[in-house]
Every structure is written in structure tokens, then in C-alpha cells.
Design a protein around this ligand. Structure first.
Ligand code: HEC
Length: 140
């Protein structure tokens, strides 16, 4: 009986160790192919705050819900850096056009690249209504 308990303990310990190792072996970020400059991205975070993009947009599904989630705007097909630059300069619907220097723009883009490299926000969970408002919805 004593030996059995010891075996169970040993078995579970090995399982725990193996599982922990497998978890720690997984990369922290999901892509690895979106490279970004850390310093510039940090500056870009300040630009993001300065122009209050978060009041209308979400990162990782958190933020204002007037505009779409921008977590993966850089890597989404047909979107990316060019779209960000255009939208910020011209504005669209409820989004105002921003007067922003080229330096701030590149910092902002770098920040969005760093966000993109850090995780995924599943856009299939969001639906845009005909006023451009974003609604969260499940399984549709
Ligand atoms: C007053 C609210 C508001 C603010 C502030 C705002 N946006 Fe927007 N933005 C919107 C709305 C609304 C849309 C979506 C319009 C549409 O296509 O229906 C949008 C669209 C976009 C898009 C296109 C996204 C896509 O997937 O098509 C990008 C990129 C974007 N905004 C970037 C920014 C950035 C960067 C800032 C900060 C400098 C910012 N926005 C500030 C409201 C805002």
C-alpha cells in the first residue's frame, strides 16, 4: 500500500514536470514574423495615448467600441501599415483625421506592430452594424 502511494506520487510528479516543461517551451508571442523596434514601439505607445485612440478602439478586446479592435490590424489580410497610415491621416466616419508628424506616425505603427506580435484578438467575435458600431457576439 505504501509503495503504491509512492508510485502514484512519483507518477504525478513526473506528469507535472513534463507538463510544466512543455508549457514553458511554448513561445510567448504568437507570430515571431512581425519584427519591431522596442524603443520606437514604446514611443508609439505614448502617441497612441496622446491621440486617445483607445477611446474608440480596442486592443486585446479592451477599449472603446466605436471603432474596430486594432490588435492584429498590422497582420490582417488587406490591412496592415498602409491602412493605419491612411486612416489616421484621412479619418473615416466617426473617426477624425489626425494632424500627426511622420515621426509620430512611424512610432504609432511600430507600437501596433508590437501589439500584433503579442497576441490575437478573434475578430470573428465582433460584428459591425451599419452605423460602424462594433458589437460583440458569440458563435456567429
Ligand atoms: C472618435 C473615435 C475614434 C478615434 C479617437 C480613433 N478612431 Fe480609428 N476608427 C474609428 C471608427 C468608427 C472606425 C471604423 C470606421 C468604419 O470603417 O466603419 C475607425 C477605423 C480605424 C482603422 C481601420 C480599421 C479597420 O480594421 O478597418 C484604423 C487603422 C484606425 N481607425 C486607427 C486609429 C488610430 C491609430 C487612432 C488614434 C490616432 C484612431 N483610429 C482614433 C473611430 C475612431
Amino acid at each position: 500500500m505504501k509503495i503504491k502511494a509512492r508510485h502514484t506520487f512519483l507518477f504525478l510528479s513526473i506528469l507535472f514536470l513534463a507538463y510544466s516543461i512543455s508549457i514553458y517551451m511554448q513561445p510567448l508571442s504568437n507570430t515571431g514574423n512581425t519584427s519591431f523596434n522596442k524603443e520606437t514601439a514604446a514611443q508609439g505607445r505614448l502617441v497612441w495615448q496622446k491621440y486617445n485612440c483607445q477611446s474608440c478602439h480596442q486592443l486585446y478586446s479592451l477599449g472603446g467600441y466605436l471603432g474596430p479592435d486594432l490588435t492584429n490590424v498590422i497582420s490582417q489580410p488587406k490591412k496592415g501599415e498602409a491602412l493605419v497610415r491612411t486612416m489616421v491621416k484621412t479619418g473615416i466616419k466617426q473617426m477624425p483625421a489626425f494632424t500627426i508628424s511622420e515621426m509620430e506616425m512611424s512610432q504609432l505603427v511600430e507600437f501596433l506592430k508590437s501589439v500584433d506580435a503579442s497576441g490575437n484578438a478573434d475578430l470573428r467575435k465582433f460584428r459591425k452594424d451599419n452605423l460602424g458600431m462594433i458589437e460583440a457576439h458569440e458563435n456567429k
